[in-house]
Write a protein that binds this ligand. Structure first.
Ligand code: AMP
Length: 167
């Protein structure tokens, strides 16, 4: 991970989690993502895709420091995945205090409003609820630098194309 030029703060957390070396998708995806390039990644479930996009997002947050508006938006097809991806990013960003918020339909909007107001670095959201917040002006995208479409094929299968286009 250090050879991929990931920051010591991140490498330290990864060794604590028992990650000894990057998986193939991480080896392929992390360098171009650290350069800020666009990327389409495809790999089987359970091969480490979450860290492949999460680590470059966290490195960008480390480099840029505290900001008022989210730097990254991760769109996911389901609330279960929103919670799971959010927890993964939080665990990788533990040492740097990254603020990661899951935003999904079916949860009272008030809790999400409070957290958004206090400031978050990464929002992990289902497309419908993300669009709802964007339209209310409670999720501001003017500071956004990174957009991730996690399980993009699944989101399209579930009929989220219109929301994703709008976002
Ligand atoms: P994912 O495909 O992102 O859902 O990750 C699948 C599982 O692999 C998760 O439990 C991760 O914590 C774990 N994992 C991801 N990257 C690595 C790695 N480089 N070494 C060991 N385990 C990993």
């Amino acid at each position: 991970f250090a050879d991929l030029t990931l920051a010591p703060e991140l490498c330290h957390v990864l060794s604590g989690l028992g990650y000894e070396e990057p998986t193939p998708i991480q080896l392929a995806a992390i360098p171009p993502l650290l350069e800020g390039r666009d990327l389409v990644g495809q790999a089987a479930t359970g091969t480490g895709k979450t860290a492949a996009f999460a680590l470059p997002v966290l490195q960008r947050i480390l480099l840029e420091g505290e900001r008022a508006e989210p730097l990254a938006l991760v769109l996911v097809p389901t609330r279960e995945l929103a919670v799971q991806v959010c927890e993964a990013i939080r665990s990788y960003g533990r040492d740097m205090g990254a603020r990661v918020l899951p935003v999904y339909g079916g949860e009272p909007i008030g809790r999400q409003l409070g957290a958004l107001k206090r400031g978050v670095d990464v929002v992990v959201a289902t497309p419908g609820r993300a669009l709802d917040h964007i339209n209310r002006g409670t999720l501001k995208l003017s500071g956004l630098e990174i957009l991730v479409l996690d399980e993009a094929d699944e989101m399209l299968d579930m009929g989220f194309a219109e929301e994703i286009e709008a976002i």
